[in-house]
Design a protein around this ligand. Structure first.
Ligand code: SAM
Length: 342
């Protein structure tokens, strides 16, 4: 399949020089992931992590027997024919059914209709068309993946260990999952014994997907609530209604735009306000997991936001979790802190 129209203009790796040791880099990346690939309770992982594995702009993820290849505009410097050869070999080696390609442009707000449509086409780049959704396994949980539903397929793999940790911490707790996306943290919390969860997201279709993820794990929805809301609006309502939580997950995007109310969310400008709002809903002894993939926000700033969220409310930083091994080599990719409040 040729590169989409406009790809050259968008800067997708068309200077046709090659990285000579591409095969070696891929071999090395797979060797690092061998223990994860060998696990029977896990079949979704990142096989190649861009610059950390030696090729900026190239990310390869495996979701059961489907590969998702992300190509990042302006960073990838590999010719498309060379890349296709590499991925075809990987596809044969891992016996996958299909490879779908996602082209990431710098400014997602300016994505054309044609470009967006490329990501919802059922025909893969390589291999044969697969069903619109498949189930992956992650440490005893199942998640629904949609390989051609848009840019994202339904699960952020860098949070695999965080989801497991939230599961471990959730027994008997009331859990709030803000920016919930497809509710991965809520599912992990519920499987771990949470007495109730609240999942908050701006998009109905993600919350519906989240409910289906509960169903995929045979988890009853009775004690679980789904709020179609901006997180700050949810905070106000929850305070008014006297809702309280014992564990809160805060994993916001770097930027987002909501229509009702019209609001632009910029994490860099609102991190402290976001953390304070969460802590106001935490009962004494409550825990907060704060994560971000905003490279501009330092761990020091995150710690300061947690510790000084509410004057005179003591906070202890309990853990500074590292990224899973398939994300190693790029510690700034995503940062997580876990804190407890008196
Ligand atoms: C990076 S994803 C979060 C990933 C999620 N925490 C997980 O572990 O899968 C960002 C999500 O935040 C939602 N979102 C963006 N802005 C929001 C806002 N102001 N309030 C609530 N949700 C928002 C988006 O719809 C999207 O589902």
């Amino acid at each position: 399949m040729p590169a989409p129209r406009g790809a050259r203009a968008r800067g997708f790796g068309y200077p046709m020089w090659m990285i000579a040791d591409l095969d070696q880099l891929l071999d090395r990346a797979l060797a690092v992931r061998a223990p994860l690939l060998a696990r029977r309770d896990l079949d979704a992982l990142r096989l190649f992590n861009g610059r950390a594995d030696g090729v900026d702009g190239l990310v390869i993820e495996k979701f059961a027997d489907v590969l998702i290849v992300q190509l990042h505009e302006g960073r990838l410097q590999v010719g498309m024919s060379e890349l296709r050869r590499l991925i075809e070999e990987l596809h044969a080696r891992l016996k996958t059914r299909a490879v779908y390609r996602k082209w990431f442009v710098r400014d997602r707000a300016r994505v054309s209709e044609e470009h967006a449509a490329e990501h919802t086409r059922p025909e893969p780049w390589i291999g044969t068309r697969v069903e619109p959704q498949l189930l992956i396994q992650e440490y005893g949980l199942k998640f629904i993946i949609r390989p051609y539903d848009g840019f994202s397929v339904g699960l952020f793999l860098e949070h695999r260990d965080n989801r497991r940790r939230i599961g471990e911490l959730s027994a008997g707790r009331r859990v709030l999952n803000t920016f919930a996306y497809t509710c991965g943290f809520s599912v992990a919390a519920t499987a771990g014994g949470a007495v109730g969860t609240a999942s908050v997201d701006l998009h109905k279709r993600y919350l519906e997907w989240g409910k289906e993820n509960f169903g995929a794990n045979a988890l009853d929805l009775t004690a679980h609530m789904f709020f179609l809301s901006d997180t700050f609006e949810f905070y106000k309502r929850a305070l008014r209604q006297g809702r309280r939580y014992d564990l809160i997950v805060l994993d916001p995007p770097t930027f987002s735009r909501s229509r009702r109310p019209p609001r632009v969310f910029v994490l860099d400008e609102q991190l402290e306000e976001l953390v304070t709002g969460a802590v106001e809903l935490l009962d004494p002894g409550g825990w907060l997991l704060l994560a971000t993939n905003d490279r501009g926000i330092t761990r020091e700033r995150m710690e300061a936001a947690l510790v000084s969220a509410i004057p005179h409310r003591p906070c202890t930083l309990i853990e500074r979790p590292e990224l899973p091994p398939d994300f190693a080599g790029d510690p700034e990719y995503s940062k997580t802190l876990l804190a407890r409040y008196e």
